[in-house]
Design a protein around this ligand. Sequence first.
Ligand code: SAM
Length: 280
Amino acid sequence: MTDLPPLREVIARHGLSASKALGQNFLFDEQLLDRIAAIPGPLRDRAVLEVGPGPGGLTRALLRAGARVTAIEMDRRCLPALAELGEAFPGRLRVIEGDALKIDPAGLFDEPYAIVANLPYNVGTALFTGWLSGEAWPPRWSSLTLMFQAEVAQRIVAQSGEDAFGRLAILAQWRSQARVAMKVHRSAFTPPPKVMSAIVHVTPQEAPAGVSMKVLARLTEAAFGQRRKMLRQSLKGVAGALDALDGLGIDPQRRAETLTVADFVNLARTLTPTAGTQPG
Ligand SMILES: C[S@@+](CC[C@H](N)C(=O)[O-])C[C@H]1O[C@@H](n2cnc3c(N)ncnc32)[C@H](O)[C@@H]1O
């Protein structure tokens, strides 16, 4: 295995004090990083997109696992440290300086790629919803392995009837499998964030036929926008939704969080113009 200097030394040598504005909380424990890099499965010769490599802790674990890594980092202070890492793994690391929110990863690859990232909370959630919201399915990525605040991870994997169940769970589960792969204690980070973290792993599944992502999004937005209200109230503004509830035998006095992901899929199918039964 390539001998690399300890991450703390890399950070000290390149003056990479953690920037709060960029949401920088670094991981230094190489065993933990190797365990994270193992979550997507065997990576030998697989393409991986890492977003926010920072000083390269997770990057080196992915490279050690045999991946070919493309990394997008917007903090240019990190680029020299990443260039050194690239020298230790010749031809295996491509670094792109930029804001991941403005880059379509599909344009960077001509093969399936796993996405792995430890990102600031707001950036991670925005990218996650973007990657899951495409109308075309399956997506070009083969899996997502992303660090979130534990509370957000809970919302992603929540089941019907749980307090955390809502739009994020439906987005993550209606045509994908989502699970919490690892909990990460706040003390594992430097500096430690205020809350606990968890890594979510998502793999795409076959999409249910005849359901438009846009229709499902409109439905869940209305239903969970007023989650304490009965469906007959919250869905009033969605054309055809009350008839669809009736057609599917769903009591309109129920609240959104009591429906299952499959219920929402069936409702969305009924309201999707190009397929399924038209209401009324
Ligand atoms: C929480 S740190 C994680 C660093 C490293 N991957 C680790 O696990 O130790 C998040 C990293 O994402 C970078 N970052 C933040 N916003 C970004 C964005 N919009 N696009 C690309 N990188 C971003 C930060 O500069 C930082 O290096």
